[in-house]
Design a protein around this ligand. Structure first.
Ligand SMILES: Cc1cc2nc3c(=O)[nH]c(=O)nc-3n(C[C@H](O)[C@H](O)[C@H](O)COP(=O)(O)OP(=O)(O)OC[C@H]3O[C@@H](n4cnc5c(N)ncnc54)[C@H](O)[C@@H]3O)c2cc1C
Ligand code: FES
Ligand code: FES
Length: 497
């Protein structure tokens, strides 16, 4: 049996701008936002919702990219805990102005386009625009919408801010000054952490461990089977800010290097449980275009930069976006306790509402996603009140193979229709072997009423859910029999509304 690492330290090491910080005696569940505003009196970063929705608290985290440079990502400071800064660089709106007082190009562009009125949302927008600038700038309206979808403005309107994004441009990846700056920061951060041992905070208010390998993680979870596993914190953060929970201990998996890879082998992807949506996006998009599109619509850029596919599965939510899609694709997950691993079909992991096939001390190590066989068409449809940054009311995912007009294979999985993400097995049975026509479509729609008895809640009524699920089968029918008919908003200028 693996043993927890003995080499530990109790200080959180990070760069605040260019300034090295080593913090002790910090409550492990203090949010980055509270630390900035209450401890540092850096009040540029605002609190709007404290639940990752409005973007007023947007900051940038930089991490060494493993190739001698840095990569930067926006996150919501309101739901990130302080110890997760360990080994990273934290940048806030206060870091943008030059020493001589001149504004950064993104700030200047916001001034020139009149992108701010009351100003409350502005620091958050500035940080999202700064991220675009660091990534080289963007002119495409869709890509700008995507980068800004996690920032809400109640007074200016988005037109001037989008114009500011275009006007600000970006820094070239080959700019020698920028390259040197990133390389210097990466070297400093690596030196601060290398050989320094695992971060282990044991405070009277709570404990926090940040293992660096999956063996350390496995051993820690065996030693602390009741610990809260923390990945991106886009669910767990809200337990603290909204439900005022105390979590003790917290075991953070975001620093576990071997859970952060996406590998392709034998026609399947293996996604480590620590891989964020942003990092899984391209690979999942290669499996099937609609999975990529689904991931693009999860939360906002800030949420996708932090949240993980593993967390989306482990939280057991009936309205998580990736599980129905992954179930329709036939995904499996690897669960690990100590040195013992077992593999289960994802659909079997969800037992009933609030209950998953995961023992205490066990964790999700990876997700195995097979590529659809040749001839299989994969479609996924997310229905939510807003197109971006909204939780799903109903999600349908279909993998279908039609040959000679007959349905040869069909897997259908839904979210928001039951207490767990679930396959529609009666609907599948009705269709397989049948001609793919309006009569079989109607039979499949009827079968859905035997598969599911959805409930009403604030997102949708049970009647709406059933009707929309049936209509999504119609959409599948149209897209697989008459692909020339336009059925998607994506790609149109108005796709963000
Ligand atoms: C503003 C906002 C918008 C959102 N929009 C969407 C959306 O559009 N679609 C959607 O599906 N979700 C959405 N979410 C929910 C959330 O982003 C996802 O569920 C996310 O995938 C959770 O992943 P995480 O890494 O942040 O998990 P965490 O919050 O860190 O953890 C979630 C749960 O999983 C457990 N856990 C995490 N990793 C493991 C592991 N490896 N092994 C065992 N247990 C583990 C944790 O203990 C916890 O119970 C949104 C959340 C917010 C705040
Ligand atoms: S305060 Fe609204 S997203 Fe953080
Ligand atoms: S300028 Fe007032 S909320 Fe955006």
């Amino acid at each position: 049996m693996t043993k927890p690492a003995l080499n530990t330290r109790d200080d959180i090491r990070f760069l605040f701008g260019n300034e090295e910080r080593r913090l002790r005696d910090i409550d492990p569940q203090m949010t980055v936002l509270n630390w900035l505003r209450l401890n540092e009196r850096k009040t540029g970063t605002k609190e709007g919702c404290a639940e990752g929705d409005c973007g007023a608290c947007t900051v940038i985290l930089g991490e060494p990219d493993g190739m001698g440079s840095m990569r930067y990502r926006t996150v919501n400071a309101c739901i990130q805990f302080m110890p997760t800064l360990d080994g990273k660089q934290l940048l806030t709106v206060e870091h943008l102005k030059s020493d001589d007082g001149s504004l950064h190009p993104v700030q200047q562009a916001m001034v020139e386009t009149h992108g701010s009125q009351c100003g409350f949302c502005t620091p958050g927008f500035i940080m999202s625009l700064y991220q675009l600038w660091l990534d080289g700038g963007e002119d495409d309206r869709g890509a700008i919408n995507d980068a800004l979808a996690g920032n809400l403005c109640r007074c200016t309107g988005y037109g001037p801010i989008i114009e500011a994004a275009r006007k600000a441009g970006g820094i070239s990846a080959t700019d020698p000054v920028e390259q040197k700056r990133r390389s210097d920061i990466a070297t400093r951060l690596t030196a601060m952490i290398e050989g320094a041992g695992m971060l282990a905070l044991e405070m009277p208010v709570g404990r926090y461990f940040a293992p660096r390998s999956s063996d350390e993680l496995a051993a820690l979870l065996v030693a602390h089977p009741d610990a809260t596993v923390l990945a991106g914190g886009t669910d767990v953060g809200l337990w603290v800010t909204k439900m005022l929970k105390r979590l003790d201990p917290i075991i953070y998996i975001g620093d576990v290097a071997d859970l952060k890879s996406v590998r392709e082998k034998d026609g399947a992807l293996t996604i480590g449980a620590g891989v964020t949506y942003s990092d899984a996006h391209n690979a999942l998009g290669m499996i099937a275009r609609d999975v990529g599109e689904l991931v693009r619509r999860i939360g906002s850029r800030q949420i996708r930069n932090a949240g993980t596919v593993g967390g989306n599965i482990a939280n057991g939510s009936p309205i998580g976006d990736t599980p129905p899609a992954l179930i329709a694709l036939g995904a499996r997950i690897v669960l690990r306790m100590g040195d013992i691993r077992r593999e289960v079909a994802l659909e079997d992991f969800f037992i009933t509402y609030g209950k998953q096939d995961r023992a205490k001390g066990e964790f999700v190590e990876s997700i195995i996603v097979p590529k659809p066989d040749a001839g299989v068409q994969f479609k996924a449809y997310k229905i939510s009140k807003r197109f971006d940054q909204d939780i799903t009311a109903v999600l349908a995912a279909f993998a279908i193979r039609v040959d000679g007009g007959k349905v040869i294979e069909f897997r259908a999985a839904f979210g928001g229709m039951a207490g767990t993400p679930m396959r529609a097995k009666k609907c599948e049975t009705v269709l397989i072997g049948m001609d793919w026509n309006e009569a079989s479509l109607n039979a499949a729609q009827l079968a859905l009423t035997r598969d599911f008895a959805p409930m009403s809640d604030m997102r949708a009524s049970k009647e709406y859910r059933m009707l929309v699920a049936q209509n999504l089968l119609t959409k599948l029918f149209i897209e697989t029999t008459a692909p020339e008919i336009a059925t998607r908003l994506v790609g149109r200028e108005a796709a963000h509304v």
